[in-house]
Design a protein around this ligand. Sequence first.
Ligand SMILES: *Cc1c(COP(=O)(O)O)cnc(C)c1O
Ligand code: SF4
Length: 446
Amino acid sequence: MKMQAYSLHNYKSIPQINKLNSQQLEAIEVVGNVLPFKVNNYVIEQLINWDNLEHDPIFKLTFPQKGMLTKKHYELMKNCILTNSSKDAIKACANKIRNELNPHPAGQLEHNVPEINGEKIEGMQHKYRETVLFFPSQGQTCHAYCTFCFRWPQFVGMNELKFASKEASLLQAYLTSHPEVTDVLFTGGDPMIMKAKILATYIEPLINSDIKNLQTIRIGTKALAYWPYKFVTDDDADEMLALFESVIKKGINLSIMAHFSHPVELDTPIVKEAIKRLRAIGVQIRTQSPILNHINNSPDIWAEMWRKQVNLNCIPYYMFIPRDTGAQEYFAVTLEKAWDVFRKAYQSVSGVCRTVRGPSMSCQPGKVQVLGITQINEKKYFVLRMLQGRNPDWAARPFFAEYDKNAIWMDDLKPAFGQKKFFFENEGEQRHLTPLFKSNSEEEAA
Ligand SMILES: *Cc1c(COP(=O)(O)O)cnc(C)c1O
Ligand code: SF4
């Protein structure tokens, strides 16, 4: 199948566009000028149910919706479009709104950028001891855009994002001089937007230089959900699989960190075929997604998703809590609700699906899992646990926070039992002055 992509410029030529009502069309114009919008013919023809758009998860996952901007921002943009024909005026209005949407969840740009010989390597991030994130410069876009995605600033071109590097050799040098690193995680955007030849320029030097510590190459991608042809019928599909196979033949684990947000993404013949081909050569597939209001905010959806994944030979890995940026109000789920969904879904599947961990927040100190809500002396508390910590010694440590039924992110929580700080907060640091709890970049997206 040949890719046909649609965005704000050509969405009117989507064959099913007459299924949208006037409010939905208006939302594309208004919201689509602020947040990124890109969809393709596979998503349109095989994932979206055009006869039930009001309730269709993939429509909401890929098409701008009215509720994704606040009333104020929506009206501002709408008026701007109605009264200004100039592109520049619309752009200025869009940027003003974008700047109010927390475009850079704190720490994403400046933290954990590794150095070699005193020089920062901008296309990399090294936060957790074992795993380096690598952002190949040619993988900074996606086959379609998710409306919740925290990477939106880079897709709307407002970013000084310097997470991109062509320098595979720097990556190789870094891994060689850091024996503690076992994993490299390619992320983006979506690295699977790259042609096999380009991805090979990053991967081949790694596997050919016999870096003893390198055990796993991970690729964070949503291509299985948005463009499974990448692994089956695209021109370079066989070349891509051969590249993966060459990694595995070297004794290095190749793991696709596949982003699936809804079971319909697992139902098409082509995604099944893609998974089969990857599994046949020994590629591991681990799955992850944020929990999102309007998309997958129910235990049944998650249980069905995990079961289908396991039946297709994939391993459920993470449920994330979406970060505090972009259309967060539209997608946000309270921590209590996220735990409730996780727990009920987890309870209704067998142990083979329970490889999944979550719900987890990626914050500055680390990945924080909401283990649950408990009562001590008739008072409710959140029980939390670090899954990953900036300090490796923090991992697997449980801790408590005051119960707050409206909390949606770590920075809404206060330490329990009258303590002034959580155990991982530095002595002398004043809580309200630190961006400690802001979210941090990682691979949950693609
Ligand atoms: C989540 C994450 C990783 C990978 O962590 P695992 O628990 O090993 O999957 C690596 N780096 C960053 C910055 C992350 O957020
Ligand atoms: S979640 Fe992943 S696939 Fe979706 S827009 Fe973000 S980076 Fe792209």
